[in-house]
Design a protein around this ligand. Structure first.
Ligand code: FAD
Ligand code: NAI
Length: 328
């Protein structure tokens, strides 16, 4: 019997590990507390269509990721998004075009992780509470008290604060993860019956509670009837307003949006808010991934490199590389 490798987290980092290990002939078993894949790259289904509330788009700078994105494009999971970009600074809204290539999942951001799930065994709705080693193999205990295993190795691909308790059997790695701070972000989606009278499709905002605005349906492959917008607050504002109700957050960020977008903004026909507690690491790191190769315990995720889709994917590749290297 081959003993599989467990991966905790079906975000882009966990799926990157899964893909690399499967390619090398290993059998993997994923767990995610959510009901679908994607984590911070997921899309929220709503009455206004699927909305990208987390990652908005991604860029590819590392050669390996550039190649990977080409595969996603060929598979029909990703396309280029060429938004009419603006910049808001000192009370002024100005067009801010650039040459950067930006990618999105189609028809929604979660299409990429959904595509990567093919042929992978996943337990959704399963939150792992403990990772422990028996005489020879690893076992996982979920919050319902069920145990899963045996596994030859375990890869933890969740945000650092959630990884810390799962790394308890290797205190050195747990201490590294515990030292990583992650910042919250409040996200709000608004949908309007009548399209707003602005050519804007994306906007970087400075010195305001808002950090970013995007016209969700301007992304390729979306077929929403309503004019949908996604607003992200800054981490500072989000931290200071972390305990507001969703209604209060919608009210305040809608007000901010109306003030800066430069056209009349009626009451939205639909609105929702989502609080990302661990949206982004407060700084970049150069670890690639964390490993206790002798024990067979690994950790990866955006927090091991940079708080971007590319950083998370590369971190997953690095965890898989180190794991496979130790098997030789
Ligand atoms: P995650 O996506 O967080 O995946 C971790 C998974 O682990 C989740 O699915 C979670 O449910 C699961 N999990 C956690 N704990 C447990 C447990 N105990 N048991 C089981 N499962 C567990 N990046 C960009 O490149 N461009 C952007 O425009 C961009 N915008 C962003 C905007 C926002 C609001 C946010 C939140 C992020 C944004 N990012 C952006 C960052 C990008 O989304 C992340 O860097 C990337 O998706 C992280 O992937 P990951 O796999 O490391 O972690
Ligand atoms: P990128 O190169 O498009 O953007 C990087 C940064 O450069 C932007 O945040 C913005 O400040 C600036 N910038 C880029 N183009 C601009 C333009 N045309 N006009 C004015 N400013 C411009 O993409 P990259 O490096 O891949 O970063 C991804 C994006 O993800 C960033 O916008 C980043 O802020 C965002 N992000 C958001 C998170 C959140 O929780 N809200 C978490 C992680 C990343």
């Amino acid at each position: 019997m081959t003993v599989p490798i467990a991966i905790i987290g079906a975000g882009i980092a966990g799926l990157s590990v899964a893909q690399a290990l499967q390619k090398a002939g290993q059998s993997v078993h994923l767990f995610d507390k959510g009901h679908g894949s994607g984590g911070r790259m997921a899309s929220k289904r709503s009455e206004a269509g699927a909305l990208d509330l987390g990652a908005q788009y991604f860029t590819a700078r590392d050669r390996r990721f550039v190649e990977q994105v080409q595969h996603w494009v060929a598979a029909g999971w990703a396309e280029q998004w060429k938004p009419q970009l603006y910049n808001y600074r000192d009370g002024e809204l100005t067009p801010s075009p650039d040459e950067q290539t930006r990618w999105v999942g189609v028809p929604r951001m979660s299409a990429i992780t959904r595509g990567l799930l093919k042929d992978v065994t996943v337990n959704f709705g399963c939150r792992i509470a403990e990772v422990f080693r028996g005489k020879q193999y690893w076992h996982l205990q979920d919050t319902e008290g069920c145990s899963h295993g045996p596994y030859s190795r375990v890869v933890i691909a969740v945000p650092a604060p959630q990884a810390t308790p799962l790394l308890a059997s290797t205190p050195k790695l747990a201490a590294v993860a515990a030292g990583v701070q992650m910042e919250p972000v409040w996200a709000v989606a608004l949908a309007f019956q009548t399209p707003l009278d602005t050519p804007m499709q994306g906007c970087f905002v400075q010195d305001k509670p808002l950090d970013w605005l995007a016209r969700n349906r301007s992304k390729p492959g979306r077929d929403e009837q309503l004019d949908t917008w996604v607003l992200h607050a800054t981490s500072d504002w989000s931290r200071q307003h972390i305990d507001l109700t969703k209604e209060q957050v919608i009210e305040q960020l809608w007000g901010e949006f109306a003030e800066l977008v430069g056209c009349v903004v009626p009451a939205p026909t639909f609105a929702l808010a989502h609080r990302w507690l661990y949206a982004r690491p407060s700084s970049n790191h150069e670890w690639g991934a964390l490993a206790d190769a002798d024990q067979g315990l690994y950790a990866c995720g955006d927090w091991c490199l940079s708080g971007r889709v590319e950083g998370a994917w590369l971190s997953g590749q690095e965890a898989a590389r180190r794991l496979l290297e130790h098997m030789e």
